[in-house]
Design a protein around this ligand. Structure first.
Ligand SMILES: [Zn+2]
Length: 526
């Protein structure tokens, strides 16, 4: 069974089948009706928006023996000849491969002969911006004084490359990107004709990916149908074929970002990669997800603009309420920058990982949005009362009872009583560190614990990256993060001081090693 691509099979041959370019179609129809046809047209716009389709309908209509309001009759001798490619009245030239002076000279020579049948010779020059300067010059002479039976339709995706001398001699029509709704409706229409069962969500998704191009939409739809021939095409199948990621994954990812859970993000990315998802598409889709988040926060009743199921939309609204507009915009900036870099990058995954870390860690950036995000984090902590300001109760343990035997044994060796909370922290230190996120986890791996003044927990690190991470004004945030980690763990306020030593020797000479005094859980297990 031969399969004809949808785009070919359903190429419009009437004006009413051209979707999303009403402004152009109406003008051209009016010109045809009033018989005020121009001699040079320039059709511009991104790929797949209908430029050559409209050019062909127009070319047929001006030659048709019985044209209607809606275009050519399709039945007369000339219509049939054009459709079969046997007519000399419609000449299509691809300027991408015929861009020299000689190619244009050939056309100009032909132009001087009036058509043997029909009224007009229509030259459709596609990708006209590819012509060489010499070729443009040769064309210009003919455009200045074309014979009355000649029409030029120049089509281009890059109008800025067309010389002004050419532009000024053409009627210009800008083809717009076609909206998701229009593309979806058109596909639905075609699928009904083809009697293929398709979920609406699947079509909407394809329309979204096609980014305004009807041609792209139809060829994506072709791929999906071919993959699942004879079955109903579902949303999930579409995601599968197009290598896309389900919205639910974006929601999970965003929640990890909001929790500043780098490890969670990286693990989820691993999952996405293992599923064979296309990373470039993933980045585009996640950027789109963030854009939806922004829209939801801006206004209500956006269900029609945002292509999502009701459940996902409710989810999105919840997420939007947890983020500020500045944050969302920062996320979008990071991800749109990534979209620009990733397409041709060799190490795509690493670029995505960097972007995810940037999302989670505004402290890595210095621009205004990042700084605002950092301030927000601090404010949140203050509101939640996590930042330590109060002194710990001196000397005596806050809560009595249940003091483990190990701690009791160690007590006499200490110069000063250690609050129970600190003991507990020391005992559970290995698992606290184990649960921390990187890079903190990495930096704390070799930390030693001692007792700071006022019963603070002293975290002693060897001089270098680890101590830099926690010390100084610039890294106050990291220290606070550690403190809140400890507070979360113990349910008490734990204040930390960071101390740097040059070596283990120096540590042992100068500090009480709480790890030795209090049995850490690892020792207990031995
Ligand atoms: Zn006809």
């Amino acid at each position: 069974m031969s399969y004809t691509a949808l785009y070919r099979k359903f190429r419009p041959d009437a004006f009413s089948d051209v979707k999303g370019q009403d402004h152009i179609v109406t003008t051209l129809k009016n010109q045809l009706r009033a018989n005020r046809i121009g001699h040079a047209y320039l059709f511009t716009g991104t790929r797949g928006t209908g430029k050559t389709t409209v050019a062909k309908i127009f070319a047929k209509t001006v030659n048709c023996e019985h044209p209607t309001e809606d275009g050519p009759c399709g039945e007369c001798r000339i219509c049939k000849a054009i459709a079969a490619g046997a007519s000399m009245n419609v000449i299509e030239i691809d300027a991408a491969s015929n861009n020299g002076v000689d190619n244009i000279r050939e056309i100009i020579d032909e132009v001087s002969y009036s058509p043997a049948e029909g009224k007009y010779k229509v030259y459709i020059i596609d990708e006209v911006h590819m012509l060489s300067p010499g070729a443009f010059n040769a064309l210009l002479k003919t455009l200045e004084e074309p014979p009355s039976y000649v029409i030029f339709i120049l089509a281009t995706t890059e109008v800025h490359k067309i010389p002004i001398t050419i532009l000024s001699r053409c009627q210009r029509y800008d083809f717009k990107r076609i909206s998701i709704d229009i593309i979806t409706d058109r596909m639905k229409e075609l699928m009904d004709t083809e009697q293929v069962q398709v979920e609406d969500r699947a079509l909407r998704y394809i329309a979204k990916v096609a980014d305004g191009s009807m041609r792209d939409a139809l060829s994506l739809l072709d791929q999906c149908i071919a993959f699942h021939l004879g079955k109903e095409l579902t949303y999930d199948m579409t995601l599968d074929v197009l290598g896309a990621v389900d919205t639910e994954v974006f929601s999970r990812l965003l929640r990890f970002v909001m929790d500043r859970n780098v490890l969670g993000c990286i693990e989820l990315l691993e999952e996405i990669v293992m599923q064979g998802r296309e990373l470039v598409q993933f980045v585009t889709d996640f950027t789109w997800y963030l854009r939806n988040l922004m829209l939801v926060q801006t206004a209500d009743n956006l269900e029609d603009v945002i292509d999502m199921s009701t459940d996902n939309l409710a989810n999105l609204k919840e997420e939007a309420s947890m983020l500020s507009m500045d944050q969302i915009i920062r996320y979008i900036h990071i991800f749109s920058e990534l979209s620009g870099q990733i397409r041709y990058a060799a190490q795509k995954r690493i670029l995505v990982e960097i972007a995810l870390i940037k999302l989670c860690k505004p402290e890595m950036e210095t621009d205004q949005e990042a700084v605002l995000d950092r301030i927000r984090q601090v404010e949140e902590k203050v509101e939640n009362g996590i930042v330590v300001t109060a002194q710990m109760p001196a000397g005596t343990p806050g809560v009595q009872g249940g003091a483990p035997g190990g701690a009791a044994r160690s007590k006499p060796e200490l110069p000063k009583a250690i609050p129970e909370d600190v003991q507990e922290i020391v005992r559970k230190w290995p698992s606290i560190v184990g649960n921390a996120e990187n890079p903190m986890k990495m930096y704390l791996k070799n930390a030693r614990l001692s007792l700071g003044g006022d019963n603070k927990l002293m975290v002693v690190l060897e001089d270098g990256l680890a101590s830099d991470y926690f010390k100084g004004e610039a890294h106050e945030q990291n220290k606070q993060q550690l403190e809140s980690l400890l507070s979360d763990f113990s349910g008490k306020e734990i204040e930390v001081t960071i101390q740097t030593v040059e070596s283990n020797r120096q540590f042992e000479d100068n500090y009480v090693d709480l790890g030795k005094v209090i049995n850490m859980e690892i020792d207990e297990e031995e």
